[in-house]
Write a protein that binds this ligand. Structure first.
Ligand code: NAD
Ligand code: UFG
Length: 341
């Protein structure tokens, strides 16, 4: 019998790619998503890639009765991957309660129901934002957590603490906290990808929209940082590589006999790229120019951060594989498909 996994936020960007990899690896998936930041037709894309249509519940994880009904109607769920969250940093500053309510109530409801329904483990989507501006790079999991610079970032820190406290209290569950660096790209089939609503806030969707002529030009937020070319540095991780790490984490959590009840892993490539280097790599990979200009710094931006992924490499046996030019080609193929619609 296939092991059944609940994926919250499974029609979203990282969730949909992870559902594909879970199904490819032989897991049975149930998705819950309230479609606040995604579209139900993502399920068609998942089915087109894998040949399997995952079960889908349109519902809100902040409603414990909806979740209880889901567990009753889908007995035997063994693991959860919790992607469901609001994730716009700027919006979280404007609407902090929305972020605390959505992100924390979702997690608390899931944790609350896990023992009752025999769910053994939860993989949680955390973020390198918990490290703030690092004292040194690359950064590993033992680095100190810095005060959050936004309510969104704070929900990730508090969520990690909630999980740790719950397990310390004796709750019969395990958890793996995955700290993502900067997920980018799309599935190579161009059947699923990132669908930002409105004006993109993140670099790659803005860049591909500028290349497609949807935006006049990309603004590079600052070229006077203390970096080789003056623009900020990030660790850009291909979304399919990221998705695969969740499958490995789930297997380890459910099958591992001697693993700690809570484990934390950085998910990044270990290589920092500047904004200007990323633009170069897009142009090199696709042959398409990105209209861009240098603008002012964006408030709150970290100057440079990239991962030390050694723990994930050695303990999970996971390494980022997709070369950046490949990721850029996939991001562009997805943009072209979305533009053509
Ligand atoms: P996304 O917005 O594409 O996906 C999240 C999904 O959750 C959406 O489909 C949304 O409709 C759904 N959702 C939100 N609240 C819900 C609720 N209460 N009930 C049910 N569904 C709900 O975002 P993503 O980029 O795929 O991010 C997934 C997770 O990874 C989030 O927790 C995010 O904070 C985290 N993360 C993302 C990044 C990034 O750069 N994309 C970086 C670090 C961490
Ligand atoms: N950037 C530009 N122009 C743009 C957009 C971004 O120059 O139009 C620059 C930013 O200044 C930054 C880099 O591109 O230097 C990456 O910016 P993103 O907004 O794509 O990503 P961030 O690293 O700022 O933040 C992302 C997510 C957060 C998450 C964080 C760490 O948006 O939710 O990664 O995981 F917390």
């Amino acid at each position: 019998m296939k092991t059944k996994i609940l994926v919250t936020g499974g029609t979203g960007y990282i969730g949909s790619h992870t559902v594909v990899e879970l199904q490819n690896a032989g897991y049975e998936v149930v998705i819950i998503d309230n479609l606040s930041n995604s579209n139900a037709n993502v399920i068609d894309g998942i089915e087109a890639i894998t040949g399997i249509r995952p079960a889908f519940v349109e519902g809100d994880c902040t409603d414990i009765n909806t979740l209880r009904k889901l567990f009753e109607e889908n007995p035997g769920i063994k693991g959860i991957i919790n992607f469901a969250a609001s994730k716009a940093v700027g919006e979280s500053v404007q609407k902090p309660l929305l972020y605390y309510r959505n992100n924390l109530n979702t997690l608390i409801n899931l944790l609350d129901l896990m023992p009752e329904f025999g769910v053994k483990g939860i993989v949680f989507s955390s973020s390198c934002t918990v490290y703030g501006e690092p004292d040194k790079n690359p950064i590993d999991e033992t680095a100190p957590i810095k005060p959050a610079t936004s309510p969104y970032g704070n929900t990730k820190q508090i969520s990690e603490e909630i999980i740790e406290d719950y397990i310390k209290s004796g709750a019969p569950i395990k958890s793996i906290l995955l700290r993502y660096f900067n997920p980018i790209g799309a599935h190579p089939s161009a059947m699923i990808g990132e669908l930002p609503l409105g004006v993109p806030q993140n670099l790659v969707p803005y860049l591909t929209q500028a290349a497609a002529g949807i935006r006049a030009e990309l603004t590079v937020f600052g070229n006077d940082y203390n970096t080789p070319d003056g623009s900020c540095i990030r660790d850009y991780i291909d979304v399919v590589d990221l998705a695969k790490a969740h499958v490995i984490a789930m297997k380890r959590m459910l099958d591992g006999q001697d693993t700690d009840a809570v484990e934390i892993f950085n998910l990044g490539t270990g290589r920092g790229l500047s904004v200007l280097e990323l633009i170069d790599s897009f142009e090199r990979a696709t042959g398409v120019k990105v209209p861009h200009k240098i603008g002012a710094r964006r408030a709150g931006d970290i100057e440079k951060i990239w991962a030390d992924p050694k723990k994930a490499n050695e303990v999970l046996g996971w390494t980022a594989q997709v070369p950046i030019d490949e990721t850029m080609k996939n991001a562009w193929a997805w943009q072209c498909k979305v533009t053509a619609k």
